[in-house]
Design a protein around this ligand. Structure first.
Ligand code: SAM
Length: 272
């Protein structure tokens, strides 16, 4: 049997398949999720069921989204799991998670995510945040660090701003490569995301905030005077209380919110 085979399944690199096999780690993750009966639990990428099985033991029936047809087929015929699962054999990047929510049953989404698509998947999931109670994900440790980073840190960027604007970000635990089969080349971490119920300092337009972040962090070594040249002048930056000689990572989330609202309220600047 090949070293990348687990429970008779050959791991597929293109689907980011690294299967959890350490029972102690699995139970710590499930404790962190804390699944309970009658909740609206959805797992992304159940794979061979390492997390699915203990979650079902605690919570009962759940829904899963799995793209690999071989794995979806295995789950459909699994002697214990099958009757507890609603299986969506679909791409989580395109899946309408909102369709599974109801007002009295907000979503609790979790998964050991395929690392090759984790950032676009997080952005896709954030678009359903109003219907989500919480999310627990295994990600590359470096991605969790970027999500949780505060300003003035190297890891601070668009992912930090867009995630923290919409959610409370709580790193939960770190996990080494040996907990997986095959082991990934990177360290991993679990993060808990809890969407804010209300946003104290809202942006007029989330797309503008995203655009401002893209502009700022496209060249993160530039001063904001240079990176925002086409969007907002040095004088205007100063009028917002921002020193034009700062670098993008030196501005706080609130500074980015102020910048996005300024750009939104001065649309002419977008064109100049
Ligand atoms: N949950 C299992 C575990 O912890 O052992 C497997 C985790 S593995 C890192 C990622 C899983 O996501 C695999 O089952 C893979 O087939 C699935 N997957 C990959 N890309 C996907 C996508 N776009 N949509 C849904 N599932 C996907």
């Amino acid at each position: 049997m090949s070293k990348n085979s687990h429970l008779g399944h050959q791991a597929k690199k293109r689907f980011g398949q690294n299967f959890l096999h350490n029972e102690a780690v699995i139970s710590q993750i499930v404790d962190a999720i804390n699944p309970e009966p009658n909740e609206n639990l959805i797992e992304i990428g159940p794979g061979l069921g390492a997390l699915t099985e203990p979650v079902i033991e605690r919570a009962g029936d759940i829904s899963v989204v799995e793209l690999d047809r071989d794995l979806a087929h295995r789950l459909r015929h699994h002697p214990f799991l099958a009757k507890h699962l609603t299986i969506y054999e679909q791409d989580a990047l395109k899946f309408d998670f909102g369709s599974l929510a109801s007002p009295d049953k907000p979503l609790r989404i979790f998964g050991n995510l395929p690392y090759n698509i984790s950032t676009p998947l997080i952005f896709h999931l954030l678009s359903f945040k109003d219907k989500v109670k919480d999310m627990h994900f295994m990600l590359q440790k470096e991605v969790v660090e970027r999500m949780a980073a505060g300003h003035n840190c190297k890891a601070f960027g668009r992912l930090s701003i867009m995630t923290q604007y919409q959610c409370q970000v709580m790193p939960v635990m770190e996990i080494g490569p040996e907990a997986f089969q095959p082991p990934p080349k990177v360290d991993s971490a679990i993060v808990r995301l809890i969407p804010h119920k209300s946003i104290k300092n809202p942006v007029n337009n989330l797309k503008t905030l995203n655009q401002v972040c893209l502009t700022a962090f496209n060249q993160r070594r530039k001063t904001i005077r240079n990176s925002f040249k086409k969007l907002i002048s040095a004088e205007q930056l100063s009028s917002l209380g921002l020193d034009p000689s700062l670098r993008p990572e030196n501005l706080s989330l609130d500074d980015y919110i102020a910048l996005a609202n300024f750009v939104d309220e001065h649309p002419v600047n977008k064109e100049t």
